[in-house]
Design a protein around this ligand. Sequence first.
Ligand code: G4P
Ligand code: NA
Ligand code: NA
Length: 189
Amino acid sequence: MKLLEERIQQDGRILGDEILKVDAFLNHQIDPELMAAMGEEFSRLFANDKIDKILTVESSGIAPAVFAGLSLHVPVVFARKNKSLTLPTTVWAADVYSFTKQTTNQIMIDQQFLKSGEKVLIIDDFLANGQAVNGLLKIASQADAHVVGAGIVIEKTFQKGRQILDEQGIRVESLARVKAFVDGQVAFL
Ligand code: G4P
Ligand code: NA
Ligand code: NA
């Protein structure tokens, strides 16, 4: 998606060897107009999949997921990372290991918001090592929901997330595919 690539070139900052900081429009400050355009793009990509629901993980997946839900006219459910006092005990849950942070988080979805047979689209901000999407796949499997694919805002193709999802036959649609960081610039596939 041209608009997104241009925005990454303009406002993205490279940290170390593998982190792209996009706090100016996605992970801290959010640009609603860009999110709306991305939501329409996800909607176009998955228009024929009869999606019932969108799944994401808090917190950075929520903004793109909500705009995709707006365009597709379906509800959005975000998995929670921390045990909430008000969360019931009847949850689907999966462990998610973060290579970036070297920690394991449990993600949870209340069983009443994900039912057997529902067709779901997973949306997330980054595809790096694929662990967050993998956690949502485990949850969908517990619920016996059908995952039609994963819509990703920024995919880093030099990490192994895409391969992990390919191996499970998951369709992945990324709006920007980063090939490498070259001399402080972002190169796209
Ligand atoms: P994975 O899900 O693909 O395996 O990602 P990984 O464990 O490597 O990343 C852990 C966290 O870091 C995730 O956010 C992920 O979205 C984010 N992340 C990974 N690579 C990048 C990057 O290049 N830039 C930025 N800005 N973030 C990256 P999280 O812990 O779930 O946090 P949240 O922001 O959603 O709350
Ligand atoms: Na994320
Ligand atoms: Na994040």
